[in-house]
Design a protein around this ligand. Sequence first.
Ligand code: URA
Length: 262
Amino acid sequence: MEHDGGRATIASLRRYLEELRETGVDGLPFATEALRTAAVSESGEVLATACSTVIPSTPLPVVPEAGAAPDPVSETLDAIRNELGECQRCQLGASRTSLVYGVGSPRARLVFVGEAPGRDEDLRGEPFVGEAGQLLTKIIQAMGYARDEVYICNVLKCRPPGNRNPHPEEIEQCAPFMLRQVKAIGPVVVVALGTFAAQTLLGSKEPISKLRGRFHDYHGIPLMPTFHPSFLLRNPAMKREVWEDMKQVMKKLGKDVPSIKE
Ligand code: URA
């Protein structure tokens, strides 16, 4: 395990507790004072708070020794990428130039999920680098982040030829990897960009105009759907709505909300 002041341990613990909560566990039997003290001394406030508020009087999970079986809730983005390999799980593998995995911080508090790579992304191997991507970068910066402080990915990792809509079997193969990426990061908020991402992540058929503007639950993580930057390029007046959505996201993240847009 890398020596990063206990951040990896905290992230691992947080994912473990969230996974337990998702599976219906709302408490664990006891905690020793020694474990609480260790948590405080290694990782400070955050872990101490996790101990006292999430699972009062509970033991910390055992961090696996090197060589132990891998913990599925603490997998890394690199491990998921390795598992994808030169993916040919669906027909898009045959026509792509690059598999566009995702970019940004593995510890991002904010994750953006789009639809699928376009032509520019397919050529560069990075999500949201074309015109829509440049607008997304501006939105991210207006929120007070650098692009590499957040994480950006898509539901699909490969470009559908001619930018056609993704097919159900392509979504079925690819979306689970995106969910695993999100879980590996453990962000505070996910933003779904556009109809396709919002409907896929939420399992909804509602239009984006109905879904946006409020938080939804995505595997225990607050998810804000908003309009896709490509849509904003065609309908610049709708930037106002996106900014309203992003203000809610900033509040959730505890960030100061700038009073002007750009
Ligand atoms: N549109 C998307 O949804 N994703 C990209 O990466 C680029 C454009």
